[in-house]
Ligand binder design. Structure first.
Ligand code: ZN
Length: 61
């Protein structure tokens, strides 16, 4: 599967409120919340799925 576009999903940690992009190819648009590791909390927390990101840009600061 060749896919040059980097897709991701904008997640928001429900504990610390940090938003970050999870780079996965599978569709999680119907997922209301996802349990995932949060780098800020340094543990697994529930994340709100805010929406899809078409072009993942790691240098968006
Ligand atoms: Zn967090």
């Amino acid at each position: 599967m060749a896919d040059n576009n980097r897709h991701g999903w904008l997640l928001k940690c429900t504990v610390c409120g940090m938003k970050w992009v999870l780079e996965v190819s599978f569709d999680i648009r119907d997922v209301k919340s996802i349990y995932h590791y949060c780098k800020t909390c340094k543990k697994n927390t529930f994340h709100e799925v805010l929406g899809r990101v078409e072009n993942v840009n790691n240098n968006d600061e």
